[in-house]
Design a protein around this ligand. Sequence first.
Ligand SMILES: *[C@@H]1O[C@H](CO)[C@@H](O)[C@H](O)[C@H]1NC(C)=O
Ligand SMILES: *[C@@H]1O[C@H](CO)[C@@H](O)[C@H](O)[C@H]1NC(C)=O
Ligand SMILES: *[C@@H]1O[C@H](CO)[C@@H](O)[C@H](O)[C@H]1NC(C)=O
Length: 334
Amino acid sequence: MYLSIMKGLSTLLLLCSTALLCSAAPAVEPVTCSEDGGAAAARMAAHHIDENHDHGYKFKLSEIKGNKVEKVDDGCEIELQLDLLETTCHNINPTHFEDCMIRFETDRAVMANCSVRMSVRNGDARVRNYHCDTRQGGEMMMICPDCPNLISLHDPDGMKSVKEAVQRFNENTTNQNYFILKDVGRIKIGWMMMTGSNYWAEIALVESHCPMGSRILPEACKPLYPDRARHAYCRSSYSKSKGLRSVECEYYPPMNSTALGDGEREPICRPEDTVGLPPPPAGGVGGPPPPPDQERQRHMPPFHSFHCHGSDAAIHPICPWPRPEPHGPRLNQE
Ligand SMILES: *[C@@H]1O[C@H](CO)[C@@H](O)[C@H](O)[C@H]1NC(C)=O
Ligand SMILES: *[C@@H]1O[C@H](CO)[C@@H](O)[C@H](O)[C@H]1NC(C)=O
Ligand SMILES: *[C@@H]1O[C@H](CO)[C@@H](O)[C@H](O)[C@H]1NC(C)=O
């Protein structure tokens, strides 16, 4: 029993080497080739998908729609059809995705259906590829036609509200360093009687190397190394007529809080880690390229610089795997 838990844990640790994604890692059942092993395979696939989903929110397994196992000499090929639901944990949130809450339907839920191929060889399971269709829940128009709508993550007024929220955040002089925008999770627009159009944004911020009060332009501030940076997740409310109304944030401590040695400098992301748009996906995922001035394109942590475009500009789609990037995937081919 103990041994099998340890084995599960070590599998998870491998899956969770990006520290931001996993905190408490519950034991997982090993993936086998038996026909009733679909749950373990689906769980491993969901971990893998979340591990590589580095924008927006974590997803959680909702249903196994299909599970085909094809035996080969020394193992099997598994093909899964999975339904996932978006949670309210942004991917900077250290909460384990299985402990995250699913979004209410009235809060513009997002779902994805994925087809996943895995292979098991000599007891060793790995995810070979997957692709997902990510979309907004369809019933909202019927349930609540007047509820706030998601708008494009690049919407100019939405981005204005985001910029002001980041500025307001940085007025908190308790923070040692400036924080910069890392990711816009979602932006909703709604109509309010007294103030007209209102924007509700959810954003992820990362601590930068610029000390609070320094005269460096925030645009020139580089994020600290992902596991040494604090992160913050904020919800803002902004009205077109009255400006920024509120910003509420939660802080996540750095994964690595080891004090720096004498003379050691805080590592920051090198420009080549953070700058530049990823190459267009080979699979032709479609959609127009984002404007190059998107902050979030520049402040992604190293190892995670892939972004794909779905058909809905208001949500972060689950990008296909393996990624069409020159560095190649890091994790599933050890
Ligand atoms: C998602 O579901 C639709 C309808 O059931 C199906 O046509 C599509 O192929 C699925 N997409 C993936 C990636 O599995
Ligand atoms: C200011 O920052 C500190 C952490 O540095 C945080 O604990 C506090 O809640 C923040 N205050 C506001 C008003 O955001
Ligand atoms: C924590 O950060 C320090 C300073 O960058 C580094 O030397 C150390 O290797 C890090 N520890 C881990 C476990 O990554």
